[in-house]
Design a binder for this molecule. Sequence first.
Ligand code: UD1
Ligand code: CA
Length: 471
Amino acid sequence: MAAPVVVILAAGEGTRMRSAAPKLLHPICGRPMIAWPVAAALGAGAAKVVVVDSAERPLEGAVSGVEFAIQERANGTADAVKAAGPHISGHGTVIVMHGDHPLITSKTLEALVDAHTRSGAAATVATAVLDDPSGYGRVVRAPDGTVERIVETKAPGDASERDLEIREINTGLYAFEGPELLTALEEVSADNAQGELYLPDVLRILRGQGRGVAAHVIADSGELGINDRAGLAAVRAVAQRRINEGHMLTGVTIVDPACTVIDADVRIGADSIIEPYSSLRGSTSVGERAIVGPLSTLIDTVVGDGVTIVHSYAVGAEVGERVSVGPFSFLRPGTVLREGSKAGAFVEIKNSDVGAGTKIPHLSYIGDADIGERTNLGASTITANYDGSRKHRTTIGSGVKTSVDTTLVAPVELGDGAFTAAGSVIGKDVPPGGLGGSPGVARSAQRNVEGYAERRERRDAAGTPPGRDGE
Ligand code: UD1
Ligand code: CA
Protein backbone atom coordinates (compact mmCIF):
# COMPACT_ATOMS: atom_id res chain seq x y z
CA MET A 1 0.00 0.00 0.00
CA ALA A 2 1.21 3.51 -0.79
CA ALA A 3 2.40 5.56 2.19
CA PRO A 4 -0.42 7.64 3.70
CA VAL A 5 -0.65 11.40 3.83
CA VAL A 6 -0.87 12.64 7.42
CA VAL A 7 -2.89 15.76 8.24
CA ILE A 8 -2.27 17.29 11.67
CA LEU A 9 -4.93 19.68 12.94
CA ALA A 10 -3.33 22.57 14.77
CA ALA A 11 -5.43 25.65 14.04
CA GLY A 12 -7.77 25.55 17.03
CA GLU A 13 -7.94 28.45 19.45
CA GLY A 14 -6.84 26.41 22.45
CA THR A 15 -8.81 28.76 24.72
CA ARG A 16 -8.75 26.32 27.65
CA MET A 17 -4.97 26.82 27.94
CA ARG A 18 -5.59 30.47 28.90
CA SER A 19 -2.35 31.45 27.23
CA ALA A 20 -1.11 34.23 24.98
CA ALA A 21 0.95 31.61 23.13
CA PRO A 22 -0.60 29.08 20.73
CA LYS A 23 -1.39 25.79 22.48
CA LEU A 24 0.69 23.79 20.01
CA LEU A 25 3.80 25.83 20.84
CA HIS A 26 3.77 24.97 24.54
CA PRO A 27 6.86 22.85 25.12
CA ILE A 28 6.87 19.22 26.19
CA CYS A 29 10.28 17.88 27.24
CA GLY A 30 12.09 20.56 25.26
CA ARG A 31 10.13 20.36 22.00
CA PRO A 32 7.05 22.37 21.05
CA MET A 33 3.88 20.26 21.26
CA ILE A 34 3.43 20.32 17.47
CA ALA A 35 6.85 18.69 16.96
CA TRP A 36 5.64 15.48 18.64
CA PRO A 37 2.86 14.46 16.22
CA VAL A 38 5.06 15.63 13.33
CA ALA A 39 7.87 13.31 14.50
CA ALA A 40 5.40 10.42 14.87
CA ALA A 41 4.05 11.01 11.36
CA LEU A 42 7.49 11.25 9.75
CA GLY A 43 8.62 8.20 11.74
CA ALA A 44 5.69 6.21 10.37
CA GLY A 45 6.90 6.93 6.84
CA ALA A 46 4.20 9.41 5.82
CA ALA A 47 4.24 10.33 2.12
CA LYS A 48 3.83 13.89 3.34
CA VAL A 49 2.77 15.69 6.49
CA VAL A 50 0.35 18.60 6.29
CA VAL A 51 -0.06 20.87 9.31
CA VAL A 52 -3.29 22.84 9.37
CA ASP A 53 -2.30 26.14 10.91
CA SER A 54 -4.28 29.23 11.85
CA ALA A 55 -3.83 32.49 10.01
CA GLU A 56 -3.46 34.54 13.20
CA ARG A 57 -1.07 32.48 15.29
CA PRO A 58 1.25 30.69 12.90
CA LEU A 59 3.37 27.71 13.94
CA GLU A 60 5.58 28.00 10.91
CA GLY A 61 9.22 27.86 11.94
CA ALA A 62 8.49 25.54 14.87
CA VAL A 63 8.68 22.41 12.70
CA SER A 64 10.35 21.43 9.46
CA GLY A 65 9.76 18.73 6.86
CA VAL A 66 6.05 19.53 6.61
CA GLU A 67 3.63 21.44 4.39
CA PHE A 68 1.34 24.05 5.89
CA ALA A 69 -2.33 24.61 5.07
CA ILE A 70 -4.04 27.67 6.49
CA GLN A 71 -7.47 27.56 8.09
CA GLU A 72 -8.72 31.15 7.93
CA ARG A 73 -11.02 30.88 10.94
CA ALA A 74 -11.27 28.15 13.58
CA ASN A 75 -14.64 26.87 12.45
CA GLY A 76 -14.30 23.29 13.61
CA THR A 77 -12.27 20.17 12.92
CA ALA A 78 -14.08 19.31 9.65
CA ASP A 79 -13.38 22.80 8.36
CA ALA A 80 -9.72 22.34 9.31
CA VAL A 81 -9.46 19.16 7.23
CA LYS A 82 -11.16 20.98 4.35
CA ALA A 83 -8.39 23.57 4.49
CA ALA A 84 -5.95 20.74 3.80
CA GLY A 85 -8.09 19.58 0.81
CA PRO A 86 -5.69 20.62 -1.97
CA HIS A 87 -2.86 18.72 -0.23
CA ILE A 88 -4.97 15.54 0.05
CA SER A 89 -6.60 15.27 -3.35
CA GLY A 90 -5.19 12.54 -5.53
CA HIS A 91 -3.97 10.55 -2.52
CA GLY A 92 -5.31 7.24 -1.16
CA THR A 93 -5.20 6.76 2.58
CA VAL A 94 -5.24 9.94 4.66
CA ILE A 95 -4.53 9.92 8.38
CA VAL A 96 -5.97 12.79 10.38
CA MET A 97 -4.57 13.43 13.83
CA HIS A 98 -4.95 16.20 16.37
CA GLY A 99 -1.90 18.23 17.22
CA ASP A 100 -2.91 18.20 20.89
CA HIS A 101 -2.35 14.42 21.29
CA PRO A 102 1.44 14.43 21.35
CA LEU A 103 1.89 10.96 22.83
CA ILE A 104 0.71 9.15 19.71
CA THR A 105 3.64 7.14 18.39
CA SER A 106 4.69 6.04 14.92
CA LYS A 107 3.76 2.50 15.94
CA THR A 108 0.22 3.58 16.78
CA LEU A 109 -0.11 5.24 13.37
CA GLU A 110 1.21 2.14 11.60
CA ALA A 111 -1.17 -0.12 13.54
CA LEU A 112 -4.11 2.14 12.64
CA VAL A 113 -3.24 2.01 8.94
CA ASP A 114 -2.96 -1.80 9.16
CA ALA A 115 -6.36 -2.10 10.85
CA HIS A 116 -7.86 0.29 8.30
CA THR A 117 -6.48 -1.64 5.34
CA ARG A 118 -7.67 -4.95 6.78
CA SER A 119 -11.22 -3.72 7.47
CA GLY A 120 -11.67 -2.23 4.01
CA ALA A 121 -13.72 0.56 5.63
CA ALA A 122 -13.97 4.08 4.25
CA ALA A 123 -12.91 5.37 7.66
CA THR A 124 -11.35 3.86 10.77
CA VAL A 125 -11.36 5.86 13.99
CA ALA A 126 -8.90 5.20 16.81
CA THR A 127 -10.78 4.93 20.11
CA ALA A 128 -9.91 4.36 23.74
CA VAL A 129 -11.90 3.33 26.78
CA LEU A 130 -11.37 5.79 29.64
CA ASP A 131 -12.42 5.75 33.29
CA ASP A 132 -13.07 9.46 33.01
CA PRO A 133 -14.20 10.22 29.45
CA SER A 134 -15.43 13.74 30.22
CA GLY A 135 -14.98 16.31 27.49
CA TYR A 136 -14.31 13.78 24.75
CA GLY A 137 -16.56 12.73 21.89
CA ARG A 138 -18.22 9.34 22.64
CA VAL A 139 -18.32 6.43 20.24
CA VAL A 140 -21.80 5.08 19.59
CA ARG A 141 -21.46 1.54 18.26
CA ALA A 142 -24.01 -0.25 16.04
CA PRO A 143 -25.21 -3.70 17.14
CA ASP A 144 -22.71 -5.30 14.73
CA GLY A 145 -19.81 -3.52 16.48
CA THR A 146 -19.11 -1.01 13.72
CA VAL A 147 -19.24 2.71 14.43
CA GLU A 148 -22.60 4.39 14.04
CA ARG A 149 -21.61 7.92 14.98
CA ILE A 150 -19.67 10.03 17.47
CA VAL A 151 -21.42 12.34 19.91
CA GLU A 152 -19.73 15.51 21.13
CA THR A 153 -19.83 16.37 24.84
CA LYS A 154 -17.82 19.56 25.16
CA ALA A 155 -20.87 21.84 24.97
CA PRO A 156 -24.25 20.86 26.40
CA GLY A 157 -26.87 19.95 23.83
CA ASP A 158 -25.13 17.44 21.58
CA ALA A 159 -25.19 14.38 23.85
CA SER A 160 -28.05 12.60 25.62
CA GLU A 161 -27.87 11.19 29.17
CA ARG A 162 -27.35 7.77 27.62
CA ASP A 163 -24.53 8.97 25.37
CA LEU A 164 -22.77 10.37 28.42
CA GLU A 165 -22.61 6.91 29.96
CA ILE A 166 -20.41 5.68 27.10
CA ARG A 167 -16.77 5.40 28.11
CA GLU A 168 -15.33 4.68 24.67
CA ILE A 169 -13.98 7.96 23.30
CA ASN A 170 -12.82 9.36 19.98
CA THR A 171 -9.08 10.00 20.23
CA GLY A 172 -9.19 12.34 17.24
CA LEU A 173 -7.03 9.99 15.19
CA TYR A 174 -8.53 8.59 12.01
CA ALA A 175 -7.63 6.81 8.78
CA PHE A 176 -9.77 7.76 5.78
CA GLU A 177 -9.99 6.91 2.13
CA GLY A 178 -9.02 10.31 0.75
CA PRO A 179 -11.53 10.75 -2.10
CA GLU A 180 -14.45 9.66 0.09
CA LEU A 181 -13.32 11.94 2.90
CA LEU A 182 -13.28 14.94 0.58
CA THR A 183 -16.79 14.24 -0.76
CA ALA A 184 -18.24 13.65 2.71
CA LEU A 185 -16.70 16.88 4.06
CA GLU A 186 -18.90 18.84 1.64
CA GLU A 187 -21.97 17.53 3.45
CA VAL A 188 -20.97 18.42 7.00
CA SER A 189 -23.16 21.13 8.51
CA ALA A 190 -22.77 23.33 11.58
CA ASP A 191 -26.14 22.31 12.95
CA ASN A 192 -24.92 21.43 16.45
CA ALA A 193 -24.35 22.85 19.93
CA GLN A 194 -21.13 24.68 19.04
CA GLY A 195 -22.24 25.83 15.58
CA GLU A 196 -19.04 24.38 14.12
CA LEU A 197 -18.20 21.84 11.46
CA TYR A 198 -17.42 18.61 13.36
CA LEU A 199 -15.07 16.14 11.68
CA PRO A 200 -16.68 13.10 13.36
CA ASP A 201 -19.84 13.96 11.41
CA VAL A 202 -18.06 12.58 8.36
CA LEU A 203 -18.36 9.10 9.91
CA ARG A 204 -22.14 9.35 10.12
CA ILE A 205 -22.31 10.67 6.56
CA LEU A 206 -20.13 7.86 5.16
CA ARG A 207 -22.26 5.32 6.98
CA GLY A 208 -25.39 6.89 5.52
CA GLN A 209 -23.84 6.30 2.09
CA GLY A 210 -23.57 2.61 2.94
CA ARG A 211 -19.83 2.73 3.51
CA GLY A 212 -18.13 0.93 6.36
CA VAL A 213 -16.82 2.81 9.41
CA ALA A 214 -14.56 0.82 11.74
CA ALA A 215 -13.09 1.44 15.18
CA HIS A 216 -9.57 0.58 16.23
CA VAL A 217 -9.01 0.59 19.99
CA ILE A 218 -5.64 1.93 21.08
CA ALA A 219 -4.12 1.66 24.56
CA ASP A 220 -0.74 3.38 24.66
CA SER A 221 -1.45 6.75 26.33
CA GLY A 222 -1.98 8.15 22.83
CA GLU A 223 -5.51 8.88 23.92
CA LEU A 224 -4.28 11.53 26.37
CA GLY A 225 -5.12 14.89 24.83
CA ILE A 226 -4.13 18.33 26.03
CA ASN A 227 -6.85 20.88 26.46
CA ASP A 228 -5.59 22.73 29.53
CA ARG A 229 -2.42 22.99 31.62
CA ALA A 230 -3.41 20.04 33.80
CA GLY A 231 -3.51 17.91 30.65
CA LEU A 232 -0.15 19.37 29.63
CA ALA A 233 1.42 18.21 32.91
CA ALA A 234 -0.15 14.73 32.63
CA VAL A 235 1.17 14.27 29.09
CA ARG A 236 4.59 15.62 30.01
CA ALA A 237 4.89 13.07 32.80
CA VAL A 238 4.24 10.20 30.39
CA ALA A 239 6.65 11.60 27.79
CA GLN A 240 9.32 12.01 30.48
CA ARG A 241 8.86 8.43 31.63
CA ARG A 242 9.37 7.21 28.06
CA ILE A 243 12.51 9.32 27.61
CA ASN A 244 14.03 8.16 30.91
CA GLU A 245 13.27 4.52 30.14
CA GLY A 246 14.96 4.91 26.76
CA HIS A 247 18.18 6.09 28.44
CA MET A 248 18.08 3.39 31.09
CA LEU A 249 17.76 0.74 28.39
CA THR A 250 20.93 2.05 26.72
CA GLY A 251 22.98 1.80 29.91
CA VAL A 252 22.41 5.06 31.80
CA THR A 253 21.68 4.87 35.54
CA ILE A 254 18.93 7.28 36.55
CA VAL A 255 18.86 6.99 40.31
CA ASP A 256 15.35 8.40 40.73
CA PRO A 257 13.55 8.73 37.38
CA ALA A 258 10.52 10.36 39.02
CA CYS A 259 12.54 13.44 39.94
CA THR A 260 14.80 13.70 36.91
CA VAL A 261 14.04 15.95 33.95
CA ILE A 262 15.61 14.99 30.62
CA ASP A 263 14.52 16.68 27.40
CA ALA A 264 13.73 14.67 24.29
CA ASP A 265 16.88 15.64 22.34
CA VAL A 266 19.40 15.06 25.14
CA ARG A 267 22.05 12.35 24.59
CA ILE A 268 23.75 10.44 27.42
CA GLY A 269 26.57 7.89 27.13
CA ALA A 270 26.64 4.47 28.74
CA ASP A 271 27.54 4.04 32.41
CA SER A 272 26.79 7.64 33.22
CA ILE A 273 24.85 8.23 36.43
CA ILE A 274 22.18 10.89 36.73
CA GLU A 275 21.61 11.66 40.40
CA PRO A 276 18.23 12.94 41.67
CA TYR A 277 16.84 16.42 41.07
CA SER A 278 18.84 17.00 37.93
CA SER A 279 17.58 18.62 34.73
CA LEU A 280 19.22 17.96 31.38
CA ARG A 281 17.66 20.35 28.92
CA GLY A 282 17.73 21.36 25.28
CA SER A 283 20.60 20.07 23.17
CA THR A 284 22.67 18.88 26.15
CA SER A 285 24.86 15.84 25.60
CA VAL A 286 26.73 13.87 28.24
CA GLY A 287 29.56 11.43 27.55
CA GLU A 288 30.20 8.04 29.12
CA ARG A 289 30.91 7.34 32.81
CA ALA A 290 29.91 10.88 33.83
CA ILE A 291 28.17 11.73 37.08
CA VAL A 292 25.60 14.50 36.92
CA GLY A 293 23.89 15.68 40.09
CA PRO A 294 22.42 15.57 42.53
CA LEU A 295 20.72 18.91 41.87
CA SER A 296 22.47 19.90 38.67
CA THR A 297 20.95 21.68 35.69
CA LEU A 298 22.58 21.44 32.27
CA ILE A 299 21.10 23.49 29.43
CA ASP A 300 22.52 23.21 25.90
CA THR A 301 25.75 22.01 27.46
CA VAL A 302 28.23 19.48 26.10
CA VAL A 303 29.80 17.24 28.73
CA GLY A 304 32.67 14.82 28.03
CA ASP A 305 33.47 11.35 29.38
CA GLY A 306 34.19 10.88 33.06
CA VAL A 307 33.01 14.35 34.12
CA THR A 308 31.53 15.03 37.57
CA ILE A 309 29.01 17.87 37.96
CA VAL A 310 27.55 18.24 41.44
CA HIS A 311 24.94 20.82 42.57
CA SER A 312 25.69 23.12 39.66
CA TYR A 313 24.06 25.08 36.86
CA ALA A 314 25.50 25.19 33.34
CA VAL A 315 24.11 26.84 30.25
CA GLY A 316 25.78 26.88 26.84
CA ALA A 317 29.02 25.46 28.28
CA GLU A 318 31.49 22.90 26.99
CA VAL A 319 32.98 20.62 29.61
CA GLY A 320 35.89 18.40 28.55
CA GLU A 321 36.84 14.90 29.65
CA ARG A 322 37.37 14.23 33.37
CA VAL A 323 36.53 17.80 34.41
CA SER A 324 35.18 18.33 37.91
CA VAL A 325 32.46 20.94 38.42
CA GLY A 326 30.84 22.07 41.66
CA PRO A 327 29.38 21.95 44.11
CA PHE A 328 27.74 25.31 43.40
CA SER A 329 29.37 26.29 40.12
CA PHE A 330 27.64 28.52 37.58
CA LEU A 331 28.90 27.98 34.04
CA ARG A 332 27.52 30.53 31.59
CA PRO A 333 27.50 30.61 27.78
CA GLY A 334 30.88 30.41 26.11
CA THR A 335 32.57 28.61 28.99
CA VAL A 336 35.03 25.97 27.81
CA LEU A 337 36.59 23.80 30.50
CA ARG A 338 39.27 21.67 28.90
CA GLU A 339 40.31 18.14 29.84
CA GLY A 340 40.97 17.53 33.53
CA SER A 341 40.27 21.10 34.63
CA LYS A 342 38.19 22.08 37.64
CA ALA A 343 35.59 24.68 38.57
CA GLY A 344 34.94 24.29 42.27
CA ALA A 345 32.67 25.79 44.89
CA PHE A 346 31.01 29.16 44.19
CA VAL A 347 32.78 29.68 40.90
CA GLU A 348 31.11 31.57 38.06
CA ILE A 349 32.63 31.42 34.58
CA LYS A 350 31.44 32.95 31.33
CA ASN A 351 32.85 33.30 27.84
CA SER A 352 36.20 31.92 28.92
CA ASP A 353 38.55 29.17 27.83
CA VAL A 354 40.05 27.27 30.73
CA GLY A 355 43.04 25.14 29.72
CA ALA A 356 43.66 21.47 30.45
CA GLY A 357 44.40 20.67 34.08
CA THR A 358 43.74 24.24 35.26
CA LYS A 359 42.02 24.57 38.62
CA ILE A 360 39.65 27.29 39.77
CA PRO A 361 38.72 25.76 43.08
CA HIS A 362 36.93 28.43 45.13
CA LEU A 363 34.90 31.64 45.06
CA SER A 364 35.95 33.07 41.72
CA TYR A 365 34.41 35.01 38.86
CA ILE A 366 36.12 34.43 35.54
CA GLY A 367 34.66 36.38 32.63
CA ASP A 368 36.10 36.90 29.14
CA ALA A 369 39.38 35.14 29.95
CA ASP A 370 41.77 32.79 28.21
CA ILE A 371 43.67 30.60 30.63
CA GLY A 372 46.47 28.21 29.76
CA GLU A 373 47.18 24.74 31.13
CA ARG A 374 47.91 23.58 34.70
CA THR A 375 47.28 27.02 36.11
CA ASN A 376 45.91 27.39 39.62
CA LEU A 377 43.73 30.34 40.52
CA GLY A 378 43.65 31.04 44.25
CA ALA A 379 40.42 31.50 46.14
CA SER A 380 38.60 34.65 45.15
CA THR A 381 40.49 35.35 41.95
CA ILE A 382 38.22 37.74 40.08
CA THR A 383 38.39 39.16 36.59
CA ALA A 384 37.24 42.76 36.51
CA ASN A 385 36.24 42.41 32.87
CA TYR A 386 33.80 45.29 32.63
CA ASP A 387 34.88 48.92 32.87
CA GLY A 388 31.30 50.18 32.99
CA SER A 389 30.89 50.48 29.27
CA ARG A 390 33.00 47.79 27.62
CA LYS A 391 34.10 44.21 28.30
CA HIS A 392 37.82 43.39 28.13
CA ARG A 393 39.69 40.10 28.03
CA THR A 394 42.11 38.71 30.55
CA THR A 395 44.89 36.42 29.40
CA ILE A 396 46.44 34.06 31.88
CA GLY A 397 49.28 31.79 30.78
CA SER A 398 50.10 28.20 31.66
CA GLY A 399 51.47 27.19 35.06
CA VAL A 400 50.32 30.47 36.61
CA LYS A 401 49.54 30.69 40.33
CA THR A 402 47.37 33.49 41.63
CA SER A 403 47.10 33.97 45.36
CA VAL A 404 43.87 34.52 47.24
CA ASP A 405 41.95 37.70 46.55
CA THR A 406 43.53 38.59 43.25
CA THR A 407 41.62 41.08 41.13
CA LEU A 408 42.64 41.09 37.49
CA VAL A 409 41.66 44.41 35.89
CA ALA A 410 41.18 43.66 32.20
CA PRO A 411 42.66 44.05 29.70
CA VAL A 412 45.62 42.44 31.40
CA GLU A 413 47.95 39.50 30.86
CA LEU A 414 49.75 37.16 33.23
CA GLY A 415 52.65 35.43 31.47
CA ASP A 416 53.37 31.70 31.75
CA GLY A 417 54.49 30.69 35.22
CA ALA A 418 53.63 34.09 36.74
CA PHE A 419 52.48 34.61 40.32
CA THR A 420 50.33 37.17 42.03
CA ALA A 421 50.52 38.09 45.69
CA ALA A 422 47.57 37.75 48.02
CA GLY A 423 45.15 40.67 47.96
CA SER A 424 46.52 42.11 44.72
CA VAL A 425 44.82 44.32 42.22
CA ILE A 426 46.59 43.56 38.95
CA GLY A 427 46.17 46.27 36.33
CA LYS A 428 49.49 45.87 34.53
CA ASP A 429 50.78 42.84 32.68
CA VAL A 430 52.96 40.47 34.68
CA PRO A 431 55.81 38.96 32.68
CA PRO A 432 56.38 35.21 32.45
CA GLY A 433 57.73 33.88 35.74
CA GLY A 434 57.17 37.25 37.44
CA LEU A 435 55.23 38.19 40.56
CA GLY A 436 52.50 40.80 40.32
CA GLY A 437 51.12 42.87 43.18
CA SER A 438 52.01 43.06 46.80
CA PRO A 439 49.98 42.48 49.93
CA GLY A 440 48.33 45.62 51.17
CA VAL A 441 49.76 47.82 48.43
CA ALA A 442 47.41 49.75 46.21
CA ARG A 443 47.25 49.15 42.48
CA SER A 444 49.03 52.43 41.63
CA ALA A 445 52.02 51.19 43.62
CA GLN A 446 52.12 47.82 41.90
CA ARG A 447 55.60 46.52 41.47
CA ASN A 448 56.63 43.56 39.31
CA VAL A 449 59.46 41.42 40.56
CA GLU A 450 61.41 40.09 37.59
CA GLY A 451 62.69 36.55 37.85
CA TYR A 452 60.57 35.89 40.89
CA ALA A 453 59.99 32.22 40.06
CA GLU A 454 63.71 31.47 40.06
CA ARG A 455 64.28 33.36 43.30
CA ARG A 456 61.44 31.50 44.90
CA GLU A 457 62.94 28.18 43.87
CA ARG A 458 66.28 29.21 45.37
CA ARG A 459 64.55 30.39 48.52
CA ASP A 460 62.63 27.16 48.91
CA ALA A 461 65.81 25.19 48.37
CA ALA A 462 67.57 27.23 51.07
CA GLY A 463 64.62 26.90 53.47
CA THR A 464 64.27 30.71 53.96
CA PRO A 465 60.74 31.63 55.13
CA PRO A 466 58.76 33.83 52.70
CA GLY A 467 58.66 37.60 53.27
CA ARG A 468 62.36 37.94 54.11
CA ASP A 469 63.54 38.78 50.66
CA GLY A 470 61.33 41.73 49.83
CA GLU A 471 58.43 39.98 48.08
C1 UD1 B 1 -12.21 16.77 19.37
C2 UD1 B 1 -13.29 15.85 18.80
C3 UD1 B 1 -13.72 14.85 19.86
C4 UD1 B 1 -12.53 14.07 20.36
C5 UD1 B 1 -11.43 15.02 20.81
C6 UD1 B 1 -10.16 14.23 21.06
C7 UD1 B 1 -14.48 17.19 17.16
C8 UD1 B 1 -15.68 18.00 16.88
N1 UD1 B 1 -14.41 16.65 18.38
O1 UD1 B 1 -12.76 17.53 20.43
O2 UD1 B 1 -14.68 13.94 19.33
O3 UD1 B 1 -12.90 13.22 21.42
O4 UD1 B 1 -11.11 15.98 19.80
O5 UD1 B 1 -9.22 15.07 21.63
O6 UD1 B 1 -13.65 17.00 16.30
N2 UD1 B 1 -8.65 22.44 15.36
C9 UD1 B 1 -8.40 23.11 14.19
N3 UD1 B 1 -9.34 23.96 13.73
C10 UD1 B 1 -10.53 24.14 14.34
C11 UD1 B 1 -10.77 23.45 15.53
C12 UD1 B 1 -9.83 22.60 16.01
O7 UD1 B 1 -7.32 22.95 13.60
O8 UD1 B 1 -11.34 24.93 13.81
C13 UD1 B 1 -7.60 21.54 15.90
C14 UD1 B 1 -7.10 21.96 17.26
O9 UD1 B 1 -5.92 22.75 17.14
C15 UD1 B 1 -6.78 20.63 17.95
C16 UD1 B 1 -7.72 19.65 17.28
O10 UD1 B 1 -8.16 20.26 16.08
O11 UD1 B 1 -5.46 20.22 17.71
C17 UD1 B 1 -8.92 19.32 18.16
O12 UD1 B 1 -9.63 20.51 18.48
P1 UD1 B 1 -10.30 20.71 19.89
O13 UD1 B 1 -11.05 21.98 19.88
O14 UD1 B 1 -9.31 20.50 20.97
O15 UD1 B 1 -11.35 19.51 19.87
P2 UD1 B 1 -12.02 18.80 21.11
O16 UD1 B 1 -13.08 19.65 21.66
O17 UD1 B 1 -10.97 18.35 22.03
CA1 CA C 1 -8.70 18.64 22.14
